[in-house]
Design a protein around this ligand. Structure first.
Ligand SMILES: Cc1cc2nc3c(=O)[nH]c(=O)nc-3n(C[C@H](O)[C@H](O)[C@H](O)COP(=O)(O)OP(=O)(O)OC[C@H]3O[C@@H](n4cnc5c(N)ncnc54)[C@H](O)[C@@H]3O)c2cc1C
Length: 384
């Protein structure tokens, strides 16, 4: 592995592995900064899979720095309120999203993932689809990415934005195991048709189970569910299993599950945070760098923050090593902090024992608003 302290950035041609949220944001931001970029995406149709997503204030503020906030806003909707409640319908916390948007200068936006991908793709330039980056080698003045069709392409910098199972990370940092959280998740999108209010997001907590409801505009609603479960487990009929878990809840979980044709099940993993995301002419961002549990809805947001920070570090900086050091200084500790916060929040939210669940609900219900406002302010700040 080549590690240099001073590398010239020739014609500044950046190679990006992965056209996910992070890779597309990076490509779009680099192009706006006048830096040439080529994206390689393993799938033939990038971003086609997935359900809903919340793009939070920190990510919207970062997108505004590169002129992408308007298109992302138009791809979704802005909730009026964000609630945490019990399965029985008792309200534990109610955050005024309109006041938060006014305070932090950007709203939290909920949307279908497909619409987010399309909004970013529109600015990302050409994406070479059906081509995976399978490895790379570093030469004195360039990096050469090896592609799945046995060809090679050279650039000044290779960015691994290739997600949870990143091939670029495996070569850069070695293969390290994923951490299984102890719970699995289900996600779906269905027509709303009056099932839930258009502007209220709810996460309802049971014991070792959760159900979330997120209207995403365009007459659609996204829902998610979690359950403590062994890694790799599957139900014979996921619909029926979800109805048995949530059918008796005060929330219209059963109606939403029943109205959903395609349900995605994903075991929840993260990785132990690392303090190095770059080496020589290679850098990581998003889930490739810092995969996190989805409990705070921040994985994609942090990928967006990475992409904007890397673009700003590269812009106008002729020395690649200096730019990458700046990128790491701005992002590594901040993103790793969110990995830990999200993991801890998951332990609380998944509380299984009656006593722990009661203590959790009481704590959240009685916690002073100053505490939740401080956490919100921390998460709303892109720190760029
Ligand atoms: C249940 C659940 C709910 C979530 N909810 C939210 C939320 O509300 N808000 C939020 O911000 N985040 C959320 N997340 C997290 C979010 O989905 C991820 O953090 C985010 O997608 C990471 O973006 P990324 O670009 O790093 O990786 P990805 O989105 O995974 O994109 C990686 C891309 O790289 C491609 N690829 C993989 N390997 C290669 C290769 N070798 N060469 C080329 N291409 C390759 C993949 O096909 C993919 O297109 C959630 C996650 C889960 C599981």
């Amino acid at each position: 592995m080549v590690t240099s302290t001073s590398l010239p950035v020739g014609g500044k041609h950046i190679l990006v592995a992965g056209a996910g949220i992070g890779g597309l944001t990076l490509a779009a931001a680099l192009r706006r900064a006048g830096i040439a970029v080529t994206v390689f995406e393993r799938q033939r149709t990038p971003g086609a899979a997935g359900a809903g997503i919340t793009v939070q204030t920190n990510a919207m503020r970062a997108l505004a720095r590169v002129g992408l906030d308007g298109d992302v806003l138009a791809a979704g909707t802005t909730p009026r309120t964000m609630r945490i409640a019990t399965a029985a319908g008792v309200m534990l916390q109610d955050v005024d999203a309109v006041a938060a948007a006014a305070r932090f200068g950007q709203p939290l936006v909920t949307m279908h993932r497909k619409r987010l991908h399309l909004a970013l793709l529109a600015h990302a330039g050409a994406v070479e689809t059906g081509l995976a980056v399978v490895g790379y080698r570093e030469e004195a003045d360039r990096v050469v990415a090896k592609l799945s069709n046995d060809t090679e392409v050279a650039g000044d910098l290779l960015v691994g934005a290739d997600g949870l199972h990143s091939a670029v990370r495996a070569q850069l940092l070695g293969k390290t195991p994923l951490r299984y959280s102890g719970y699995t998740s289900w996600r779906g999108v269905c027509r709303n048709d009056g099932l839930v209010p258009e502007d209220v997001c709810v996460e309802a907590w049971g014991r070792g189970v959760r159900f979330g409801i997120v209207p995403i505009g365009f007459g659609e609603v996204y829902w998610f569910a979690t359950e403590d479960a062994p890694e790799g487990a599957h139900a014979a009929n996921e619909h029926a299993h979800l109805l048995s878990l949530f059918g008796h809840w005060k929330w219209p979980a059963a109606a939403l599950v029943s109205a959903t044709e395609h349900i995605i099940r994903t075991d929840i993993h993260d990785r132990t945070p690392v303090t190095r995301w770059t080496s020589g002419r290679v850098a990581l961002l998003g889930d490739a760098a810092h995969p996190m549990t989805p409990n705070l809805g921040q994985g994609g947001c942090q990928a967006i923050l990475d992409a904007v920070a890397l673009t700003e570090a590269l812009s106008g900086e002729p020395d690649l090593a200096a730019a990458l050091a700046r990128y790491e200084a701005r992002r590594v500790a901040a993103a790793n902090g969110v990995v830990t916060m999200s993991q801890r929040f998951g332990v609380l939210a998944q509380a299984r024992s009656p006593l722990f669940a009661w203590a959790r609900d009481t704590l959240v219900r009685l916690s002073p608003s100053a505490l939740s406002e401080r956490t919100m302010a921390e998460l709303a700040d892109p720190g760029l």
